[in-house]
Design a protein around this ligand. Structure first.
Ligand SMILES: *Cc1c(COP(=O)(O)O)cnc(C)c1O
Length: 401
């Protein structure tokens, strides 16, 4: 039985009737740009996220760029961001004209190492972008403390963590701004590109709304230079159909993850890293070596509501990750490396000052060892068992075989 990494049609098929009705409604009224569809979806997201200001935009990437533009971050400014994340996090910083400064990450939760972030602050640092990678919140207590101490803006990249929480607070609504993505593979997937900028600050919200339409206010008068960052009305209407199902999708992902954690932990040389080793690469290395751990399962901290956009494991032996990927692929099981190259290693950032690319050792180790398994909501028990069986088969083979 093939097990794809993601099954978008399986998610949308049960909603086909409602999605077609939304399409017909938009086709009928012909208001394709902003207007009531976008406003209704923004209100629905705001209501679902503790009354934050929600501004519909063209993508998660543009939400990040719009946040930076709204905060007037640009040439001469430095922005701290993790080295281990999707490219857009740092791409947006560079597009704003600022310098991304890459920060190492935690070997347990994969999120930004706030101690390394503090060490990399300079007189030019304006903001920090914690990424809630794979659906689990970054250490927002430490991020907000650091930002408060040094007067930095906080832009949460919650692209992979729509609906996740940190100590009960919704990810994306804790910092100065938050960015959501509705790319089809994200937890709330649209039928194309879409995103949302969140902020609790009414003045920033107002400014972002203007920048979304070229800085126009009133119409055809421009005190600011913005861009076209608009969310399509059609996409807003379709996402409005899917939003009420988000909590169910998240529950299904969490149940799939729990099932994997239970079944995979019974296999030989498989374990979950203790949460106490958060941010300590050496503790994890020593624990893995002394306990003879070959495969580390993902850790979800008790204070986080993890939304499991990805279920990401880590292989500790050199070359094991690539062999496992080959093994799973040969058995028709989808899997992917998020991410094979860290951001400080990207060729396009080679021109950045050396100081913005140093000391990301844990990020490099993760890029060599991680692999993400299928965890999408529609995954069946039989499919999960197929994945577990293939993993068991792999672990019977000696490392370096
Ligand atoms: C997907 C993603 C983005 C970009 O979102 P798009 O909607 O695809 O532009 C940004 N950051 C992270 C961490 C992502 O996973």
């Amino acid at each position: 039985m093939p097990v794809p990494l993601l099954d978008v049609p399986a998610q949308n098929a049960p909603l086909a009737g409602d999605l077609r009705m939304a399409f017909d409604r938009v086709l009928g009224h012909g208001q394709f740009i902003l207007g009531p569809e976008v406003e209704a979806f923004e209100r629905a997201v705001a209501d679902a996220m503790d009354g934050v200001h929600a501004i519909g935009v063209s993508s998660g990437t543009d939400a990040l760029l719009l946040a930076l533009m709204t905060l007037e971050i640009g040439p001469g400014d430095e922005v701290l961001c993790p080295a281990f994340t999707f490219f857009a996090t740092a791409g947006a910083v560079a597009r704003a004209g600022a310098i991304p400064v890459f920060v190492d990450v935690c070997p347990v939760c994969f999120n930004i190492d706030t101690e390394d972030a503090r060490a990399k602050v300079t007189g030019r640092t304006r903001a920090i972008i914690p990424v809630h990678l794979f659906g689990q919140s970054a250490d927002m207590d430490a991020v907000m403390r650091l930002a408060g101490d040094l007067d930095l803006a906080v832009i949460e990249d919650a692209a992979q963590a729509v609906g996740a929480r940190h100590r009960g607070q919704v990810c994306g609504t804790i910092g100065t701004c938050g960015a959501l993505s509705f790319f089809p593979s994200k937890n709330l997937g649209g039928l194309g590109d879409a995103g949302m900028l969140l902020t609790r600050d009414p003045d920033l919200a107002e400014k972002a709304r203007r920048l979304r339409v070229h800085g126009s206010h009133p119409k055809y008068h421009h005190h600011l230079i913005g861009g076209n960052f608009r969310l399509d009305a059609l996409q807003a209407a379709l996402l409005g159909v899917k939003l009420p199902h988000l909590a169910g999708y998240s529950r299904a992902r969490a149940a799939n993850a729990a099932d994997y954690l239970d079944k995979l932990s019974r296999l030989p040389r498989v374990a979950t890293a203790p949460p106490a080793f958060c941010k300590c690469a050496r503790a994890v290395e020593e624990w893995a070596a002394t306990s003879d751990v070959r495969l580390i399962l993902p850790t979800a901290y008790a204070h986080n509501d993890h939304t499991w956009n990805q279920f990401t494991i880590r292989l500790t032996n050199d070359g094991d990750r690539d062999r496992l990927k080959t093994h799973l692929t040969a058995r028709g099981i989808g899997c992917e490396i998020y991410y094979p190259l860290t951001l400080d290693e990207q060729p396009c950032f080679a021109r950045l000052p050396e100081s913005s690319r140093e000391g990301c050792h844990t990020a490099h180790a993760l890029a060599r060892g991680v692999l993400s398994l299928p965890v999408y909501p529609e995954l069946t028990e039989a499919q999960r068992d197929e994945v577990v069986a293939a993993m068991a088969e792999f672990l019977e083979s000696p490392p370096h075989a």
